[in-house]
Design a protein around this ligand. Sequence first.
Ligand code: GUN
Ligand code: FE
Length: 425
Amino acid sequence: MNNFFLKGNICHTPEIGKLETFENSYLLCENGKCNGIFADIPEKYSSYPVQDTNGSLIIPGMVDLHIHAPQYAFRGLGMDCELLDWLDRHAFPEETKYSDPDYAQKAYSIFASDLKKSATTRAVIFATRHSQATIQLMDLMEKTGLVSFVGKVNMDREAPEALKEENADSSAADTVRYITKAFERNYKNTYPIITPRFIPSCTDSLMEKLSEIRRKYNLPVQSHLSENLGEVELVKKLKPDALFYGDAYDSFGLFGKESNTVMAHCVHSTDAEIERMKENGVWVAHCPDSNMNVSSGVAPIRKYIDKGLRIGLGTDVAGGHTQSMFRAIVASLQVSKLYWRLIDQSVKHLSFSESFYMATKGGGSFFGKVGSFEKGYEFDALVLDDSVRPHPQEISVSQRLERAVYLGIDLDGIKEKYIRGIKCI
Ligand code: GUN
Ligand code: FE
């Protein structure tokens, strides 16, 4: 049985905006789940081993709700255009290379290895349209110990010939092949997810087939929504019968309700779209760095929080230039301040604890009871050694956490990482 205590300075956000800290306390892991935070070890647990972190910070693992594994290779490059041009000039040419299993193995090995070292414990991942390379990525992700959904991308229109799938039938058949292979592998931590790239990339016929596959295998869904103004206009042209962008997904049963669905961005969502997301329980993956890098705009996150939408953070590599979820937290705070200052001064900017919640329990809810140290939550934890950035004074635990996130302690200060109670760093 995997039962033990972690001793240190424990922080989590059981509610949005409410950071709780426990100085020099004991976090109990029983059978891979959290089972309490204690000032002293209760007698009945006295036989459990204690891992003393010597004053380190102990926080829930980060959940990256949206990241593109094949784009990791060109992160930090090509930030000179808006979304549709960026796809044509940078993303699509790179993704074409994943038809070659050797290239896929090389590039995905770097991605998986770096994600393992990062603060991320769970991720919702786009691969490419290639089923074989997607299975290679799933094999590599499984070895990291991280928990992830990995989607073979579907795209049968509006892309270069070398990347576009031949037609809806072949795209659907390849999707079933990848799902079947993934199930045969009996992964513990790695799951398939239905992944229409976005409405411009998928014909109606393909969307219908994906909806059937989704129902048959009871899978979640990931895609992009209302990211960029040019994209929103293109969707109006390609899908004139849809009431709004999200309605196009919904008309195929690929927008929440019976399936867990995460939509990346939602920068330009209309009130009707926001209302539908709320009704259908769709998760928003807020990707602030990407929104800045490809000049998409600033998502109205305060509005989404006030309306009670499900919301988490994503890095959206390579729209986002880094896999660091600490950086995603900082970027979400910075863009919310610009929104408040430049767009609408009646909209309060986010607080650190609100963004921390989005990066942990907010996105974690896509995986179930994840992202908090409340009893019954899965034991995903990071031990952070913030002494790698020495400070001349004693500061509080909450100050230490905020500083560790802003100063990027995830780069060189992750001492230990636990996922479902199993140590993977
Ligand atoms: N919309 C469709 N594909 C993509 C992608 O690869 N990245 C981003 N940011 N948006 C998209
Ligand atoms: Fe994306």
